[in-house]
Each structure stands twice: as structure tokens, then as C-alpha cells.
Write a protein that binds this ligand. Structure first.
Ligand SMILES: C=Cc1c(C(=O)O)[nH]c(=O)[nH]c1=O
Length: 310
């Protein structure tokens, strides 16, 4: 059984990696993913130009069937993650995530990356839901087209975008029409479902402090939305634009379902947070077991082959 995939000429010896934001804030966490059996790659915490503390107070909570977070983009700054990925990029293909709070910040960071010795893949995060006063960029179609136009006027290394979930067929059509106009290596879908609200039954309060308790949802609860976004974008995007499926992965069947809907790589957030990097070996073993049940030896045999009903 082979679990290989490739994006922009990079070959991955298996399809799993962390979701940006989870287990990827420090070199110590990143090393644990890099060395984890079953992890084919890693992505760094979305970076801003300078280090950020992020939102104050309790900003992550577990809830039935998942998690809610409003971290507020805490990170150690672009140079920290650039140093890490340049140091380790010969060991595995690596993803560097950036999430500027302004278009100017994103362009400045990409100019730095373009000029650097980093030769991996950049994940441009257009979907952070948790910076007070900042909308999720990729819900603004004109701004998304504008940013990508400026990015690709100078950036020539492999680059993809991290998208928020869409919930309207017309929006799948609209974002795909934009993305198909650019030489993207991949899209990663989905980011957390923005601005959910969870109530603590004991205290009758919200469970996280920032933004009055509104935060991004992850985990099992988002799987149907995640699969819908993977499927809809696979059906609409040019085949050269690969897909990283994210959202709702707790077991090998979930990984299989993402691939069946069209994913080339699959990233794990909430479950990784709770289980740690040992999850990757478990998920790979469970994926192989599902494939064996179905008589598949390679991912290509079933990737994107979800059937509809007559
Ligand atoms: C980069 C900020 C993000 C954050 C955050 O740092 O609050 N949380 C998410 O669920 N998704 C993000 O994209």
C-alpha cells in the first residue's frame, strides 16, 4: 500500500500533516511533528511580521464533538518560522503559513520569503476568524482577487491559500472562478467555522473570553462542512490546483472520506491537539485498513471517486 501524494513537484511519502495553528507554535512542537511517524509534512503557525501575544484570557476550549478557539494569531513572528523551515526543509517538504492583518503585511512577508532560502510551500491564510475587527478575507471576493493579483505579480515559489468554509453553492462557484485565474499550487480547505458560540452549562457563561465568547469551531462537528468544501472545490478547480482537506478528522475513515472527496493531503487540527503527534501513525494505520477492506493499494484508485446516487 502506498500513501503518496505530490504538490508542485514535492513528493509526500504520506498524506498527513498538522493543521496550521495546532502543535506548531514553537521549534519544539514543530520538531515533534517533523519526527512523528506517519506525518508526511508540517505547517507552521500562521505568522505575522512581528511576534504577537494574541487574544487575552481563556481562548481555547473543548466542547462536545470538537473545539472552539479565538487565539487571535499568537505567533513568534515570520523570521522565527522562516528560520525553522529553512533549517529543516531538506528533511521533508514543509509548509510556511502566513496571515498578515493587512494586505501590506502579507505582501511584505511574501517579499521576504521570495528573497529567502526557503524553497518549500507557502500557505497564505485568508481565513483567520479571530482578530477583533478584522473580517475573514476570503469572504470578500473582490479583496481576494486583488490580493492574489498582487501576490502573483512577484511571488514565484509554490503558494496556496487557506480558505474559510463556504456554505452556499454560489459562493463555491465564485471563489473557484477567482482561484482558477491564478497559478496556485493548492488550496487548503477548511479553516475553522468562524464565530460559533458555546455555553458552559454549569456557569451559564460562554467558554472562551475573547470577542464575547465567539470563536472558530473545529473537530468532529465540522466534518460534513469540510467534506462539502473539499468536494465542491475539487469539482470546480483546475486539476493542477491540489487540495489539502482539513476538518473533522478523528480516524482513518475520516482521512479516507477526505481523499474520496478529492483531497491530495489531509491535515489534522482538533484531534491532534488532544491526542498529540502519535495520532499520525494511528490515522495512517486505520486508513490502510479501510483501503484493504475496499481492495485499494494506492490513493489514486479512489481519490475524488465519491459517487452520487442515481
Ligand atoms: C491564523 C489565525 C487563526 C486562528 C487564531 O489564531 O485565532 N484560529 C483559527 O481557528 N484559524 C486561524 O486561521
Amino acid at each position: 500500500t502506498t500513501l503518496t501524494a505530490s504538490i508542485a513537484g514535492f513528493d509526500f511519502d504520506n498524506v498527513l500533516l498538522n493543521a496550521a495553528g495546532v502543535y506548531c507554535q514553537t521549534a519544539s512542537e514543530l520538531d515533534q511533528i517533523l519526527e512523528a511517524s506517519g506525518a508526511g509534512s508540517l505547517v507552521t503557525k500562521s505568522a505575522t511580521p512581528a511576534e504577537r501575544d494574541g487574544n487575552a484570557g481563556i481562548r481555547f476550549a473543548e466542547m462536545p464533538l470538537g473545539s472552539i478557539n479565538s487565539m487571535g494569531l499568537p505567533n513568534l513572528g515570520l523570521d522565527y518560522y522562516l528560520d525553522y523551515t529553512i533549517t529543516h526543509q531538506d528533511e521533508k517538504p514543509l509548509f510556511l503559513s502566513i496571515a498578515g492583518l493587512t494586505k501590506a503585511d502579507n505582501l511584505a512577508m511574501l517579499r521576504d520569503v521570495q528573497a529567502s532560502d526557503f524553497n518549500g510551500l507557502v500557505e497564505l491564510n485568508l481565513s483567520c476568524p479571530n482578530v477583533p475587527g478584522k473580517p475573514q478575507t476570503a469572504y470578500d471576493f473582490d479583496t481576494t482577487r486583488e490580493i492574489l493579483t498582487e501576490v502573483f505579480s512577484f511571488y514565484t515559489k509554490p503558494l496556496g491559500v487557506k480558505l474559510p468554509p463556504y456554505f452556499d453553492i454560489a459562493h463555491f462557484d465564485m471563489i473557484a472562478e477567482i482561484l482558477n485565474d491564478f497559478p496556485l499550487a493548492f488550496v487548503n480547505t477548511i479553516n475553522s467555522i468562524g464565530n460559533g458560540l458555546v455555553v458552559d452549562p454549569e456557569t451559564d457563561t460562554v467558554v472562551i473570553a475573547p470577542k464575547g465568547g465567539f470563536g472558530g469551531l473545529g473537530g468532529e462537528i465540522v466534518k460534513p462542512t469540510a467534506l462539502a468544501n473539499v468536494r465542491a472545490l475539487r469539482q470546480r478547480l483546475r486539476p493542477e490546483i491540489k487540495i489539502i482537506g482539513t476538518g473533522g478528522v478523528t480516524n482513518g475513515r475520516d482521512v479516507y472520506d477526505h481523499i474520496l472527496c478529492g483531497a491530495d493531503l489531509v491535515s489534522v487540527g482538533t484531534s491532534l491537539y488532544f491526542e498529540g503527534p502519535a495520532i499520525f501513525e494511528r490515522l495512517n494505520n486505520e486508513l490502510i485498513a479501510v483501503m484493504a477492506e475496499k481492495g485499494y493499494n494506492h490513493l489514486e484508485e479512489f481519490r475524488g471517486q465519491l459517487q452520487t446516487l442515481a
